[in-house]
Design a protein around this ligand. Sequence first.
Ligand code: TRP
Length: 347
Amino acid sequence: MGNIILTGDRPTGKLHLGHYVGSLRNRVRMQNEGNYDKMFVFLADAQALTDNFDNPEKVRDNIKEVALDYLAVGLDPEKCTIFIQSMIPELTELTFYYMNLVTIARLHRNPTVKSEIEQRGFEESIPAGFFTYPVSQTADITGFKANLVPVGEDQMPMLEQAREIVRKFNSIYGETLVEPEIVLPEDERCYRLVGIDGNAKMSKSLGNCIYLSDSEEEIKKKVFSMYTDPNHIKVDDPGKVEGNVVFTYLDIFCREDSFEKYLPEYKNLDELKEHYRRGGLGDMKIKKFLNDVLQEELKPIRERREKFAQDMDYVYDMLKKGTEEARKVAAETLHEVRAAMKINYFE
Ligand code: TRP
């Protein structure tokens, strides 16, 4: 059997550069390489509601934003099926059956859930829906028999938990479900993008993001406010490259022709770093260079986004068609699951 690719995002905010290098870019590459039978990308609104159930407008509004971000980065509805999670009730039914295959103790050990509980200060008052979202995520993946899941590195524990549930299901009810594998970016430096303030993670709640939808001006402002080396005060001072956000981003975004285009007095990044370390290279210059590099990367994305935003009817129509198509696939899997569990009484 060929590959089935599946991945998704919680619609709780616009997508940013961290999403882009950590996962979106990888998905678009896989989509365009075409080495798969089916590819599904979805808006995990039911999952988003597990910790935003009291704010349904936020989730609803962000369906639109994330759908636009998807189209903007180059996900193509001709090549992949884009859908809305909550519109596929088959996934909820699968979740209910999988609940039997996981213990409270195991869910407590899930490192992602653990740190989210801490971050949100839930302690014992955690809503059951939130606590069990890894089980629902297993339904998302297995409902489509996906074997490849391109997501950010933070999703590793979710995939591990999904694999366990699959193994347990198959050993009790017979070989039915497919064990999924995570697909991470080739370049480890892309696993987790630092925020513009130097914080270990770019995250909406920390307010340190560059969004895919940011205007040229906003990007420029953010690049020029980036954390560099606090001890590099005068241009002549020697500077540190490690932990310097501008260089971290240049490592990731610089292309072979970037120097020729925007900073021809240097051959490559090594030469630029060397000069910065030695002293005599000012922050303004490296920031201006990074700004040029990022603007080049983000301009076509922003322009595509603006174009699609003009035609929201098209976007919702695309989501509706994708959801209908995806629902058929999930219904087939559910049918097999029910048969395996011997609850297909009327057949
Ligand atoms: N947990 C993912 C996120 O935080 C979203 C998600 C839900 C997902 N179900 C999934 C990703 C299944 C991959 C596969 O963005």
